[in-house]
Structures are given as C-alpha cells and as structure tokens.
Write a protein that binds this ligand. Structure first.
Ligand code: PAF
Length: 281
C-alpha cells in the first residue's frame, strides 16, 4: 500500500530499515501534476528496485518568474491516486523548512557554464534551484537509483555532473521523453494549453524532426536558420533553437557525429521545451 509521508522524521524512520537491509531504493523526484512521462519514470523505478519513493514538491527556488510558480498546476490528490495505482511505496510531500533552510545551497557546485546557456540564459538561477533541491532530496532519501526524464536534457546533464563532482552513491537513470500520439513532449505545462495550442505546439517536434533528418545533409548553420524560420513562421514565439554538444551544451556550428537539438518557445503564455538527439547522416 502507498504511504503518504509529509514529516521528514517519518521518511527517515521508514527508509532506515530499507537502508539497513541493503535493499534498493528507486527515487523519482517530481513537482507533481503527474502525467504519463512521470509514470514512465515510476515504472522504470518499479522494475529495478525493492522500494520506490516519489517526491512531490513545487520548488519555488527554481522559478525565476513568481507568476509561473503561482500558476504551476497542483493536483496532489490525483497524483496520489496515480502513484497508488502504480504501486509506489512512499509518496513524500516535503515541507520546505524541513528540506532546507533559507541559506541552504548545495555545497560548492561548479556548473562550468552548464547553467548559463539554453534554459539558463532565459531563466537565471533556475539550475541552482534545481541542484539545491535535488541535492537536499538525495541527502534525505539516499536512493540507489534516481530517475530523470530526457525532456529536461540540460537538467539531466547538470544532475549527472553534480553526482560525479560530489561522488554521490546514487546511479542516474536517464529515461527517454514520452510524447503524445501526435508527438508533443509530455509536460505538466501542457495542462495550460487549449486544444488548438496543443496542435500549434507540434511545430516544435516537427522542427526537431526536420533537423534530425537533415543533420549531416544540410550545412549546420543553414539547417539551423531554416529550422528557426519554421518556428518563427508559426504562432509560437521562439526563445532559442540550438544544436549543441551533448556534454558541454556549447552551440555547434560545424558537424559533429552526435549532437542534440534543443528548443524553447512560448505557445501563448506557456513556455515549452523539447530536444532531440542528432546523429550525422
Ligand atoms: O524536473 C522536475 O520536475 C524538477 O526540476 C525536479 C527535478 C523535480 C526538481 O524540482
């Protein structure tokens, strides 16, 4: 049966015996408003661990726009039902003052520029907020494996570096993006799109697919310009569209065997992101 935990001492008490008996803990950190993308992470965790913990915490620190934080969808009861149906063992709803003090920062983490490009350029401080909360959650849950979706490609690159830099004992499991039947990358933000906007937003996946099909065929600068035009000619407002190195996330203007195309755009007032792995043809 799924146990709902809100107090940190309860979480520690429940996990103590699991750690003591050296059983595996799979951990899925979320901000709630769960969709099939989250449930896919949970299913991966269920298959590979003795016990699964999901946290639900809308982390104010990672929102650089207070309005976005206020508007972030919150459906705790529905989330709990979905997670019970998946057989999750513990759903943890952290209290902010138990998770970290106001001054708390993940100790001495150097982003090496991973936090200022792409999402970081448009959302200053966002990734420090992510690292703070994920680091704090890892301290409390001490999971064997932690599951993150590749839709947040940059977030995954940063968490990968954080785990390596701090030599944390958790294994990072990177789970491919789940898409709607039409191809829209699933996101809690999609709840704020109406039906027409959901169709308009498909320009993102269509453009990424165009890049993927032509990577190595068209010259990279031309490919990018043509792709950017596809979005500029749609009803979406382009924030960025870049082809970047998989590790450093630095923009590439010349061909590299493998790369990633990353995009962010506004559909109405909703900011959407997506990405696609590129292999040169
Ligand atoms: O990807 C998310 O939902 C959040 O950034 C995370 C990892 C739960 C941290 O708040």
């Amino acid at each position: 049966m799924t146990q709902k935990v809100a107090e940190i001492f309860e979480l520690h008490e429940r996990l103590h015996e699991v750690h003591a008996s050296r059983r595996n803990i799979g951990f899925v950190p979320t901000m709630g408003a769960l969709h099939q993308g989250h449930l896919e992470l949970v299913r991966h965790a269920k298959r590979a661990n003795d016990l699964v913990v999901v946290s639900i915490f809308v982390n104010e620190r990672q929102f650089n726009n207070p309005e976005d934080f206020d508007k972030y969808p919150r459906n705790p009861n529905q989330d709990l039902e979905l997670l019970s149906a998946e057989g999750v063992d513990i759903v943890y709803f952290p209290k902010v003052d138990e998770l970290f003090t106001q001054e708390f920062k993940a100790p001495g983490f150097h982003f090496n520029g991973l936090d200022t490009c792409l999402e970081g350029a448009s959302r200053p401080g966002h990734f420090q907020g992510v690292v703070d909360v994920v680091y704090a959650l890892f301290q409390h849950v001490d999971p064997t494996k932690a599951y993150f979706g590749m839709k947040d490609f940059q977030q995954v690159a940063i968490i990968r570096k954080m785990i390596a830099d701090f030599a944390l004992s958790v294994e990072l499991i990177e789970v491919p993006t789940i898409r709607s039947e039409q191809g829209l990358a699933l996101s809690s933000r999609n709840l704020r799109l109406n039906e027409a906007e959901k169709t308009e937003a498909l320009v993102l996946v269509n453009t990424l697919t165009f890049i993927e099909k032509n990577y190595g065929i068209l010259e990279t600068t031309e490919l990018l310009e043509r792709a950017r035009d596809q979005i500029r000619n749609s009803s979406l407002k382009l924030d960025y569209l870049e082809i970047v190195d998989k590790q450093s996330l630095k923009p590439l203007s010349t061909l590299q065997t493998e790369a990633v195309a990353c995009v962010a755009a506004y559909c109405g007032s909703v900011r959407l992101i997506d990405n696609m792995l590129l292999i040169a043809r």
